[in-house]
Design a protein. Sequence first.
Length: 448
Amino acid sequence: MSEAAQDMATTSAGFLKRLLIEHGLANENAIARAEAARQDRPDVGLVEALLGLGLMDEKRFLNTLAALLGLEVLETLPVDEIDLALIADVPITYAKQAYVLPIRRDGDKVVVAVANPLNLSVLDDLRVILRQRVEPALAPRDVIFDGINRVYDRKRGLEGTAAEVLQDDDLGHIAQEIEESTKDLLDVTDEAPIIRLVNSILSQAVKEKVSDIHIEPFEKFLSVRFRKDGVLREVLRPPKRFQASIASRIKIMGNLNIAEKRLPQDGRIRRVIAGKEIDIRLSTVPTTFGERLVMRILDRSSVLLDLADLGLQGDDLRLIEDLITRPHGIILVTGPTGSGKTTTLYAALSRINTPDKNILTIEDPVEYQITGIGQMQVNPKIDFTFASGLRASLRQDPDVILVGEIRDRETAEIAVQASLTGHLVFSTLHTNSAASAFTRLVDMGVEP
């Protein structure tokens, strides 16, 4: 890297923001959202936050830096030619976290593929680890991530990868591989194969864009099922004897008490999977044959859909557009789990999100972040529920309110009253049909 490049890379965070704005890579609103998200993840840099939230185009970012810093951009990595000695002292966890991969020696320096050359602390770490000068080369995060998996897997002498995006038959292959390589029950305590299997399940789920993962114990087998478009299908039956190890691994990821198996527990997992920032809601319940785990997958980087992208056409689309632009009333989206209720509501909000409207949401959790909308996340532990959040929202002079879900009589009554007093209310109900919404509201105690 040239001296001018070094000077640019060592400049302040303020300069980085100006650079991003001046070159049209990110606007002030995007930067503000990324910095807000970093409050929960101080270890994540501004560039990484912008990319993880889908607020900046990675290709444009890399090409801009390549021109400014005089660096090359690699579309592919020579993974089969990388000298394994280069990665001998670089932990795989660090490589994945920092998105770096040494690829070749060039005289007295090592060329390293990086996703963000402005992160000089990472380059300094690599100089110490490799005990040589480091020359950065730019590459997209998914290219680096895939390269890391393949090179480190070659180092381990295995085929396939632990966290690589896998096909259905590959999941079965990994389960069979673990079954064959672990003949002694005492070997179950070796967590590496279990970590590999859990990572593979999560990666496959993200690739297929499933909404939920079910891990269910039965008397003689363990079942892994994916829910996509509202339909559950079995994708894998891991060895039954790994049931406790798989449950423990997932509970550790969700910061749950692994010793407590008698009571239900709820947790949250946040991981970068295949270059995407993924939030996972974890729920465990005790059953006759062991703990049952369900994970709801939320892709923070998903692009919001427009109403037209949902398959609505002609009169149906015009009817929905007419309803969501009315000044008051209540609009309920109904359907079973994973049927697209939240996606539909967000598409509607995006259509009416204009500067002349005050839009507030109460959600559990906030699945997509939308600029221009005030979004709140409920927290039952401090008594911040849908009902209390809805009451507070009514004191914020709202035009439109979204309630993530109507679960009880209090929330239902407040939502209906709000719709009758000049507010447009959006919400969801877990029913199998639109007509069932009336029955459900009456069952909750709302007067017809």
